[in-house]
Design a protein around this ligand. Structure first.
Ligand code: CDP
Ligand code: MG
Length: 747
């Protein structure tokens, strides 16, 4: 095709004196080298179509981003080094521009060559991967999914044409499982490295090895704030490039006294700002979906009460499970005044941590920081991982306040005292690898062929106890043998982008003649763990039921009735299955969902997840089967199959009326959302929720006999702490022994 492509210089081939750098310095002074993106061409080399007007409009804006000043320097440095570390304030253009700079410098002469030149840019969050790739597709004037795409768990929006792919760090890790040297990529950008997610940390170690074996591969590590020396030390002294920020001063305010209720305080502060402060949008940081939706309702109500003494507001939520179209609303402008010359309108974004560094929202002048976020915590001693609302770090607080000074001087209201900031907040957020259950990570590493976990080059090695626990769990599940080697079962399990327990349940479900049903249950459970790509089940699986936006007595009653209609007395997993079946029987109808208080979006997405899981099952010839619905074993088989995966998540009802988790003996309570009509003696649970009390959520009734039948290796009484459950199990084992003897005698 056109001469445009031929003109391009290669960034990677060994070239003579006229290197990229030399050519760049000869090119125009605007920092743009000779390429299509310099705006001189009218034809888009990616699709040979004329550029749209919008392309040129955005290009003007892009050129003002701080990274454009360093385009030449960046490309030179990348040419001269295999690894590069780039630090720049949020909003300086790292995520959207840097991969495009690389593209501009790559030779794209033939489509064939082009395919071999893919660039990957990782994001810890699904939302960011989707949103940023859309933006970049727009900037390049191409259709999303073609030259620019994204890939997140259960959703691949890329094609054979894709040259730049934004993907979650978890997805890149999964790609490494089938392509250990990541050969399809020429340049890998690890973005948001400061977040230190589990997957990014594993990628650090992995890519260090890959780089040794692939001299043609380049790595760019990008971050908003960084313990630069630590990163440089880890990456063998890779050069550090700093992009100067363009931050305006931000005035910080603290509260005089600690706030008892940060949510209430945050809403009060929003109203105060709207009443008293000059124009400018507001960003409020809260911890999760429910809280955010609640806050949005309350803000609308309170501002509504102020009448027309204030301007109109547009309150927009932002959290990971929000559908893309809704996420896009954060970029809408503030509403105009109601009357000409009336008080100005304001946009109020209420967000989780996503808005801290992953997404930049222009126009924010006021930030409200209550000082909390949901963080993963793991206690290897009792094997409990949970999401807990915890104080943020000083580094986070700093990032949050920075969001107020992007376009003009701003203000940040910290809803805690200056003293707590100084004395109580940690300097940095702990890397996730130090606060996580590593079973899934270890399975991935084993599949990647990394056997010696102790000597794996982790930037921050996890506690040996956590690694031991992970190996133990995988051994109980049969994914690793006693020597710690991956078994055939483990190989298959690792192919599912799910928790090992869930993968195990799926893989063995044909043996219980109920793989169809287990697929539906798994899909219903997995739909809700959108933000963590590799596989954690976090939020409530009862999200299948929609919380009516404005709940009054009547609506609540109707919602409860709808829930009761699908409720299965033996447990929440079976309730989820009922909901899924009803959804399919009613042709996935949206208004049916609405009438029944079912979350249509969740069901649709669960259905998509299910299809993908079916494909994986097919790849390994795992049979799709069901027990006859009229058989009394229908639900029993399903419950048994679930136990075959989740036998390490069992609780026993003690005579005191409390549940104790088996073996770990933690007191837990059934989460109030459960559908049971009784308190079963034994339950399996999907999730352990730490709040003021310890809850187990999404529970199903199981029988003690099944424990000794299905998982005798785990319920081995020789390694069992003294407790009621142990005495009950002893009786069950004796009963089984007696039954066996009787049957022998009969023969
Ligand atoms: O990665 P970094 O925080 O350095 O910046 P970026 O995400 O590349 O964003 C640079 C600029 O692009 C932002 O300040 C926005 O003006 C714009 N942008 C946008 O308008 N819409 C998006 N979805 C993403 C970025
Ligand atoms: Mg970024």
């Amino acid at each position: 095709m056109g001469t445009e492509r031929k003109r391009k210089v290669s960034l990677f081939d060994v070239v003579d004196e006229t290197s990229v750098a030399a050519k760049i310095s000869k090119s125009n002074g605007g920092g743009a080298p000779m390429n299509n993106n310099s705006g001189n061409s009218l034809i888009n080399p990616w699709n040979s179509k004329p550029y749209s007007q919008r392309y040129f409009d955005i290009l003007e804006k892009r050129r003002t981003l701080p990274v454009w000043q360093q385009k030449d320097e960046f490309l030179q440095s990348l040419k001269a080094n295999q690894t590069l570390i780039l630090v720049g304030e949020t909003g300086s253009g790292k995520t959207t521009q840097i991969p495009q700079f690389v593209l501009d410098a790559i030779d794209i002469e033939t489509p064939d060559k082009r395919r071999k030149m893919m660039i990957a840019c990782t994001q810890p969050r699904r939302v960011a991967a989707m949103s940023v790739s859309r933006r970049v597709a727009e900037e390049m004037d191409v259709t999303i999914g073609e030259e620019v795409g994204y890939s997140i768990r259960f959703e691949d929006c890329s094609s054979a044409r894709t040259v730049l792919k934004y993907l979650t760090d978890g997805m890149l890790l999964r790609e490494a499982m089938t392509d250990p040297l990541l050969e399809r990529y020429k340049v890998i950008v690890l973005d948001e490295a400061h977040e230190r997610t589990l997957a990014t940390d594993v990628l650090f170690g992995l890519l260090k090895e890959v780089l040794k074996n692939r001299s043609d591969l380049k790595l760019v590590v990008m971050s908003a704030t960084l313990e630069a020396e630590k990163f440089q030390g880890y990456f063998n002294g890779a050069p550090l490039m700093k992009v100067p920020g363009r931050l305006h001063p931000v005035e910080i305010f603290y509260t005089q006294e600690p706030e008892r209720d940060y949510l209430e305080a945050a809403i009060r502060t929003v109203v105060q700002i709207h009443l008293c402060e000059p124009p400018g949008d507001i960003l409020v940081f809260l911890t999760g979906e429910e809280e955010i939706e609640d806050a949005c309702r309350k803000i609308n109500k309170e501002v509504g009460n102020l009448g027309d003494q204030v301007g109109p507001v547009k309150v927009v939520p932002l959290y990971s499970s929000l559908p893309p179209a809704m996420q896009q609303k954060i970029f809408d402008p503030a509403p105009p005044p109601l009357t000409e010359g009336g008080p100005p309108g304001r946009k109020i974004v209420v967000s989780t941590n996503i808005a801290e560094t992953s997404l930049t929202i222009d126009g924010i002048v006021y930030v409200i920081d209550p000082g909390f976020s949901k963080q993963k915590v793991y206690n290897p001693r009792v094997r409990v991982e949970s999401l807990l609302v915890s104080p943020i770090s000083k580094a986070s607080a700093h990032q949050r306040s920075g969001r107020a000074g992007r376009t003009q001087p701003g203000k940040c209201f910290r809803l805690y005292t200056e003293k707590s900031f100084n004395t109580e907040l940690q300097p940095q957020t702990y890397p996730e690898i130090l606060r996580s259950n590593l079973a899934n990570t270890v399975l991935t590493l084993k599949k990647l062929g990394i056997d010696d976990l102790v000597h794996f080059d982790f930037m921050d090695p996890p506690a040996p106890e956590t690694l031991m626990r992970a190996l133990e769990v995988l051994n109980y599940l049969g994914a690793l043998d006693d020597e710690g080697n991956l078994t055939k079962l483990g190989e298959i399990m690792s192919e599912f982008p799910l928790d090992p327990q869930m993968s195990k349940m799926l893989v063995v479900s044909p043996e219980f003649n109920c793989s169809n049903e287990i697929l539906s249950i798994s899909a219903m459970l997995s739909d809700f763990c959108r933000d963590a790509d590799i596989a954690r089940l976090h939020s409530s699986s009862m999200q299948a039921f929609k919380v009516p936006m404005c709940i009054d007595g009547e609506a609540q009653k109707a919602a409860d009735e709808a829930k009761a209609r699908f409720g299965h007395i033996d447990g929440d997993h079976l309730t989820l299955l009922n909901v899924y079946h009803a959804y399919k029987q009613n042709n996935e109808d949206q208004s049916w969902c609405y009438e029944n208080f079912i979350n249509h979006r969740s069901l649709k997405s669960a259905d998509n997840v299910r299809q993908q899981l079916v494909r994986i099952m097919a790849r390994f010839n795992l049979k799709l089967c069901s027990t006859d619905f009229s058989s009394r074993d229908y639900y029993i088989n399903i419950r048994k199959a679930m136990l075959a995966g989740y036998f390490m998540q069992v609780a026993h009802l003690e005579r005191t009326g409390h549940y104790l988790t088996v073996k770990d003996n933690q007191v837990v309570h059934l989460h109030p959302s459960n559908c049971l009509d009784h308190k079963p003696e034994w339950v399996i649970y999907n999730e352990y929720v730490l709040t003021t009390r310890n809850f187990i959520r999404t529970v199903t009734d199981i029988r003690g006999e099944w424990l000794v039948d299905i998982a005798p290796h785990y319920f081995d009484l020789e390694n069992f702490p003294q407790c009621e459950a142990k005495r009950v199990l002893e009786r069950l084992y004796k009963k089984r022994e007696k039954e066996r003897e009787e049957s022998r005698n009969r023969k």
